[in-house]
Design a protein around this ligand. Structure first.
Ligand code: AMP
Length: 112
């Protein structure tokens, strides 16, 4: 069964897309935790960060850089987050990164 992010890739459910190339799709998080909250995914489904193919990983990080530049975040700063597995608090089992920005963020990295 297709996961929710695969459904976005396949245009079966809508998303507010902000970036797309052959390997990567990025869209606004439906439940933002800050003024800017963007989710970046590989188009090819892969559950965990450690299983993302190197070439795809390079495309993902390139897309993250482009999105940071397009949103003029270089000076103010931003946070890149990747939650993995049960202990990492991953809720959607399609590997993804978050760019969180647009306001002063807290320092709680542990998240509990
Ligand atoms: P994580 O907890 O790291 O697995 O993050 C999953 C993120 O996906 C959460 O921040 C959700 O708000 C977000 N999310 C879930 N469904 C959608 C959707 N249909 N469109 C946009 N973001 C979504």
């Amino acid at each position: 069964m297709s996961c929710i992010f695969c459904s976005i890739v396949e245009n079966q459910i809508p998303a507010d897309k902000v970036y797309e190339d052959e390997y990567v799709l990025a869209f606004k998080d439906v439940n933002p935790v800050a003024l800017i909250h963007i989710v970046i995914i590989p188009k090819q489904c892969c559950q965990h960060f450690h299983n993302i193919e190197d070439n795809t990983l390079a495309h993902l990080f390139r897309a993250i850089k482009i999105i940071i530049q397009e949103n003029n975040l270089e000076d103010r700063g931003y946070r890149i987050v990747n939650n993995n597995g049960q202990d990492g608090g991953q809720t959607v089992n399609h590997a993804h990164f978050h760019i969180i920005a647009g306001e002063q963020l807290g320092h709680n990295l542990a998240g509990h």
